[in-house]
Design a protein around this ligand. Structure first.
Ligand SMILES: *Cc1c(COP(=O)(O)O)cnc(C)c1O
Length: 429
């Protein structure tokens, strides 16, 4: 590593930001608490690269935490969105773009007979849970430790180790009464799910799961876990909700449900389908979604839902994803990155998990299959690695427990540069 980078402008901005914004940020991980130091303030992005306020350039593996699968400022997306914006930002009334995006989403997710657009993944999950409860006339929801479903009260239940049958709030400000109907099991633990259903099965409205977890780092299902969840929910007349806010469009023009051939009752989407604008969606079987207002008694609404600018960003993004070879190239790069990282860390025995274009290098020798195994990672070593990567011009998520996201803008050369940086950053630790 040659010259140390200057972060003077980011540092000055962060000092000022803290006078006005809570913790200087508008979403907590951005504050770099788990890696220390000052968060980078970004000025602009272009394709695979982001530039910070001090004009340092990085190859970006965050992609705004998933949405930017085409890379930054994709000319087609920006051009289309600009044209749409010129016609007005929002009407609070129907527009034809909502139909177009819904058709594309349904083509990718045939399990979604009817779609409702909202403005974030959190909202999509809130809607999905409400309709699941309304449809089944049951209250309990089973989630998995270490899975993140946005910041809605009932989902802010973290697990400690082991099975926690009744929820304990993972955030101040969430009353116990709001989470008493949230049940928690370890991811990949079918036996725990079965025993919870043995006890509460007829009260459980739905299981909600990140079918492949991205939010404790990338963690894959094992031993037919997803099929078992499908079987158990069917047996008890509960619903299966796949939260594909992160996994949607990450490995194919569809989601984990397409890759694994498992059909959930309800799906939540976000991130990629908004192409960088605030969009979420939930949808599923017609009889279930017909419960939602104005068709049915489950209320859910939104001032900016389905607004033309956000719909256009989604349409333009998905249109690019449908081009031949988009996923072939993306997955080719992802495989090259995975193989390269595995070779670099072979002597250390670290774990590398990947699904499509999401990947996590865990600083642990333990096979990571759930929350308990994920937290065996050496987060201090990760923090050093993170800053070494920054010095080497690579921006990865500022936390061990996140997935890195590849974009279609990355070249083979970028991957090579990244691997060289990883090699240096690991061995300088
Ligand atoms: C990001 C995410 C959410 C929340 O989406 P927001 O748009 O941040 O509200 C929900 N579920 C999963 C799986 C996510 O990755």
């Amino acid at each position: 590593m040659s010259n140390k980078k200057s972060f003077a402008k980011s540092q000055a901005l962060f000092l000022k930001a803290q006078e006005h914004l809570v913790g200087g940020v508008n979403s907590p991980v951005r504050a770099f608490k788990s890696v220390g130091g000052t968060p980078l303030f970004f000025d602009r992005g272009q394709g695979a690269y982001v530039f910070d306020a001090d004009d340092n350039r990085y190859i970006d593996y965050v992609g705004s935490w998933g949405p930017l699968i085409l890379g930054h400022a994709h000319p087609k997306v920006i051009g289309d969105v600009t044209k749409t914006l010129n016609k007005g930002a929002s009407f609070g009334a129907p527009c034809h773009l909502e139909i177009e995006l819904a058709e594309m989403v349904k083509q990718a997710f045939p399990s979604m007979d009817l779609v409702r657009f909202v403005s974030s993944g959190t909202e999509a999950v809130m809607g999905a849970i409400r309709v699941a409860r309304g449809y089944t006339q049951r209250n309990k929801i089973l989630k998995f430790t270490g899975c993140y479903h946005g910041h809605t009260d009932s989902m802010l239940v973290q697990g400690g180790s082991g099975i926690m049958t009744l929820g304990i709030p993972g955030s101040k400000g969430v009353p116990d009464s709001f989470v008493k109907d949230t049940l928690v099991a370890p991811y990949n633990d079918v036996e725990a799910v079965r025993s919870i259903f043995n006890e509460f099965g007829n009260e459980i409205a739905a299981i909600i799961v990140e079918p492949i977890v991205g939010n404790m780092g990338c963690v894959l299902p094992e031993n037919n876990f997803l099929q078992e969840l499908r079987n158990i929910t069917t047996q008890y007349n509960s619903l299966l909700i796949f939260d594909e806010v992160m996994t949607g469009f990450r490995s194919c023009f569809g989601g984990v449900q397409k890759d694994f051939g498992i059909t959930p009752d309800i799906t939540t989407l976000g991130k990629v389908i908004g192409g960088g604008m605030p969009v979420g969606a939930y949808g599923g079987r017609k009889d279930i979604m017909s419960m939602v207002a104005p068709l049915g008694p489950v209320y859910q609404a939104g001032t900016l839902s389905g607004n033309p600018v956000a719909m256009q960003a989604g349409i333009s993004t998905l249109t690019e994803l449908m081009k031949p070879d988009f996923y072939t190239n993306l997955l080719d790069n992802a495989t090259q990155l995975e193989d390269g990282i595995k070779a670099i860390v072979a002597d250390k025995g670290f774990t590398v998990n990947r699904y499509g274009s999401m990947i996590t290098l865990f600083f642990t020798k333990t096979h990571v299959k759930d929350y308990d195994t994920a937290i065996t990672s050496d987060t201090e070593a990760f923090a050093k690695f993170f800053w070494n990567m920054i010095e080497n011009g690579i921006y990865i998520p500022p936390s061990q427990y996140e997935s890195w996201f590849l974009s279609g803008a990355l070249t083979k050369e970028d991957i090579k540069t990244t691997l060289a940086a990883i090699n240096e950053s690991i061995n300088n630790n």
